[in-house]
Write a protein that binds this ligand. Structure first.
Ligand SMILES: Cc1cc2nc3c(=O)[nH]c(=O)nc-3n(C[C@H](O)[C@H](O)[C@H](O)COP(=O)(O)O)c2cc1C
Length: 390
């Protein structure tokens, strides 16, 4: 039998494509409209190079850091993602991988597993909230997260309900009814290994969102929860400040692209922000996050923790982001591919690939610790960087 271990994230992606029904794989790759932002997120990392040393390098390197008060074995977090029906254990497998590899995970509001189940695993969990429903509903969700043991809150703001993809959006059923199962059957039957995993677990893919349920309610379906969100008037900055006041602990705003927005996030007392464009799933044409990171890090990096997500596929990408001002990165698709291929072990495999690449890049650059990286370590082409709203 072929080994399940993969040596790069690209290999994991190829295997995920082979293993998953096409609509499920399509939902992971996503990207909106023409996919400009999604493509730039990854391609821009390739435009950056390194300035290595060949002697005087360090025999061992320190990778550990902390983010939002949680100690991490390396500066990589698992970003919140809502589509984890790629594996029966979903977010619980991700939490187990985070615990075994010493990193933190974001748990999406649209996750398929409950806060209680995921927090019980023991990894640091940052619960991710959207501005959805009325203030009472949001308060109840935050209280539930705090009671379950979440170590921090991530408020994701960069969503504009854009839709339409030039390659066609995959059909995702509202619930796995008999009728929908029959419609999906040809795709599912063409991927017997994926289907078999669910059959063995005794459950069909779960398309409900338990963390959006209010006390006494049964979990809404994904589309039910999405509808509530779409109907909610968008938040003002004072609404975001209100959220911050309600959460007594580390607080991150995810989805920042502009320097002026980063300053507002700092002013409302956030502990962290993530420079993010939702992995290119939102407004197409937003520049890659790595291009806009340095301007934001320069503006607010001494006052709150600046993270980056979008396009990270290698340990050397992590080094590039750190050298350009990030305290840590968050990954999305990379671990979803690992999860699809081999559950908890696949997520651990992705984290190990990133750790190996991070460590060997630090070695080549002559740095003994992730905290030593500077902009001189990275070579960028002229006109690479952008400063939005500076
Ligand atoms: C399938 C999928 C689902 C996602 N769901 C959420 C979500 O529920 N909440 C959220 O804040 N971000 C969500 N994101 C965005 C990720 O947290 C992250 O910003 C993005 O994936 C980073 O880009 P990368 O995939 O290139 O690493 C999702 C991304 C993908 C690919």
């Amino acid at each position: 039998m072929a080994t399940k271990w993969f040596e790069t994230v690209a290999v994991a992606q190829r295997r995920a494509k082979r293993r998953l029904p096409s609509s499920v794989y399509g939902a992971l790759v996503a990207g909106s409209e023409k996919g400009l932002t999604s493509a730039d997120n990854t391609a821009s990392f390739d435009e950056l190079g390194f300035a290595p040393h060949v002697a005087g390098n360090h025999a061992t390197r320190e990778l550990a850091t902390s983010v939002m008060g949680s100690s991490l074995s390396m500066p990589v977090l698992l970003s919140p993602t809502g589509v984890q029906a790629v594996h029966p254990e979903g977010e619980v497998a991700v939490a187990r991988a985070a615990a075994s590899r010493g990193v933190a995970m974001g748990l999406s509001s649209f996750a398929s597993k409950s806060l209680e189940e995921v927090c019980a695993v023991g990894a640091p969990v940052f619960f991710q909230l959207y501005w959805s429903g009325d203030r009472d509903a949001m308060l109840q969700r935050m209280e539930r997260a705090a009671t379950a043991g979440a170590s921090g809150l991530i408020v994701t703001l960069d969503w504009s309900f854009s839709h339409g993809r030039d390659w066609g959006s995959p059909w995702i059923p509202d619930a796995v009814t008999l009728k929908n199962a029959l419609k999906l059957a040809p795709q599912a039957l063409s991927r017997p290994a994926w289907l078999w995993r669910f059959v063995r677990s005794g459950h069909l893919p779960d398309l409900t969102t338990p963390n959006m349920a209010l006390p006494g309610q049964s979990p809404p379906t994904f589309f039910g929860a999405y509808y509530e969100w779409m109907q909610t008037p968008p938040p003002s900055w004072s609404d975001v400040a209100w959220l911050r006041e309600q959460w007594d602990g580390p607080f991150m705003v995810k989805g920042v692209s502009r320097v002026d927005d980063a300053r507002r996030v700092r002013d409302l007392g956030a502990s962290a922000l993530s420079v993010s464009n939702h992995g290119g799933n939102n407004l197409d044409g937003t520049p890659a996050t790595i291009r806009i990171l340095p301007a934001i890090a320069d503006a607010v990096g001494s006052e709150l923790e600046v993270l980056l997500d979008g396009g990270v596929r290698r340990g050397s990408d992590v080094v590039k982001a750190l050298a350009l001002g990030a305290r840590a990165v968050m990954i999305g698709r990379a671990y979803l591919w690992g999860l699809s291929v081999n559950g908890q072990g696949g997520v651990e495999n992705v984290l190990d690939v990133l750790r190996g690449g991070l460590d060997s890049t630090l070695f080549a650059l002559g740095r003994s610790s992730v905290s030593e990286l500077t902009r001189e370590d990275v070579v960028a082409p002229r006109d690479f960087f952008r400063a939005l709203g500076a």
